[in-house]
Design a protein around this ligand. Structure first.
Ligand code: FES
Length: 105
């Protein structure tokens, strides 16, 4: 596991999402208030690109069929209506160091 710089802390506003290519994989970096989180970037329902998702009340919402995920750990808060269970997103550790957002991959 290695820590990678993925963004400047002040380059992302509250609620911003950024798809960043790190070590040959795409990671979704999420800012929620003063916190940063990182998850896999494809919705586990039908692989919608979650860089087009949005944050609402600390929840990451896929705009395709409104699956809702917890950005802290990628867990599913609610699957799309009628879809049954869906898998959680992959979650990565984050930290802020000297104004840089770091993700452990
Ligand atoms: S693709 Fe995300 S909810 Fe269906």
């Amino acid at each position: 596991m290695t820590w990678y710089r993925v963004a400047k802390e002040n380059s992302m506003k509250d609620g911003d999402l950024a798809k960043i290519s790190v070590n040959n994989q795409e990671v979704l970096v999420i800012r929620d208030g003063d916190k940063f989180y990182a998850t896999s970037h494809l919705c586990t329902h039908e692989e919608y690109d979650l860089s087009e998702a949005f944050m609402d009340d600390h929840q990451l919402i896929c705009p395709n069929h409104f699956a809702t995920f917890d950005p802290k750990d990628g867990s599913v808060i609610s699957p799309p209506e009628g879809a049954g269970d869906i898998s959680p997103l992959k979650s990565f550790k984050t930290r802020v160091e000297n104004g840089d957002v770091m993700v452990e991959i």
